[in-house]
Design a binder for this molecule. Structure first.
Ligand SMILES: [Zn+2]
Ligand SMILES: [Zn+2]
Length: 281
């Protein structure tokens, strides 16, 4: 029997931002990271897809520019919703300003025209560079529940429970399945059941674990969940790996390590997202 080739990875996920709500660049948080949500999904052919563009997108953009050495960059950016912590990296995403680069912005939530929503945070007096001065090779795609296919990638949006709405994404390529479910509060049976169905048997579940169960009692209705619910979903859906995500700004490295240890007692395949963490599937 031959051993698998070293490049047998079907899909790779890299975390560039893991913090919820607001960046927390204080020193006691940096073991896990202070940047807000941004994920890179990379296929074996080198195609890059981005999920959320919080402040972590700045470092991802710089890395892509370095990697491409002046070659054109083509990237699709899927947004879960438009709260600041998921879009604030866009004005600082360097590939935005190279005229030959092609960017596709993709969203499921229809709270208004996507181009206007994204341009709004770069309008006077909030930012000195207008969104219109960015590359003209931009597309804005509203999924409205439809799946997205590009090459080997298949992305299916699904609804989450969050103030002003948020979408989760089931990401599949070459037989590997990642379910990205951030900015979600458990408690609406229909949505929670749908999440469990779509996550069934996934290789990796990335789940909003902002609060401890005790903290959650004071934050009902704020749109976030707990590590306890994360392990419940992981168990019910029989996922292979669980990554706790969207860490509360008040959770320093010690707290995060403690939470991870606690969650592991219930679900062995648990880890907490940290900046730079790369998972190959
Ligand atoms: Zn958020
Ligand atoms: Zn949010």
């Amino acid at each position: 029997m031959t051993s698998p080739a070293p490049d047998a990875t079907r899909l790779r996920v890299k975390f560039w931002g893991v913090r919820g709500s607001t960046p927390t660049p204080q020193i006691d948080n940096l073991g896990y990271g202070g940047n807000t949500p941004c994920l890179e999904v990379r296929l074996p052919g080198g195609e890059v897809f981005v999920f959320d563009a919080g402040t972590g997108a700045r470092n991802l953009g710089a890395a892509l520019m370095e990697e491409k050495h002046g070659e054109d960059i083509s990237v699709a950016i899927f947004l879960t919703h438009f709260h600041w912590d998921h879009i604030q990296g866009i004005p600082f995403f360097a590939p935005l300003y190279e005229p030959n680069n092609r960017l596709q912005f993709i969203s499921h939530c229809s709270t208004g025209p996507l181009q206007e929503i994204l341009g709004g945070q770069m309008a006077k007096p909030y930012f000195p560079v207008n969104f219109e001065s960015a590359t003209r090779r931009r597309d804005f795609v509203q999924l409205d529940g439809k799946a997205w296919r590009q090459g080997a990638l298949l992305v299916q949006p699904f609804p989450l429970t969050h103030p002003q709405g948020a979408a989760g994404y089931r990401i599949e390529a070459n037989g590997a399945v990642v379910v990205y479910a951030t900015d979600h509060e458990h408690g609406v049976a229909e949505v929670d059941t749908g999440l469990r169905e779509i996550a069934q048997g996934a290789d990796l579940l990335i789940y909003d674990s902002q609060y401890t169960p005790a903290e959650y009692e004071k934050h009902r209705g704020w749109g976030h969940s707990t590590w306890k619910e994360a392990v419940a979903v992981a168990q019910d859906a029989r996922v292979k790996q669980l990554v706790l995500f969207h860490h509360d700004p008040s959770h320093n490295d010690d707290t995060m390590s403690h939470i991870t240890d606690e969650a592991r007692q219930f679900y062995d395949g648990t880890s907490a997202a940290r900046e730079g963490l790369t998972i190959a599937l």
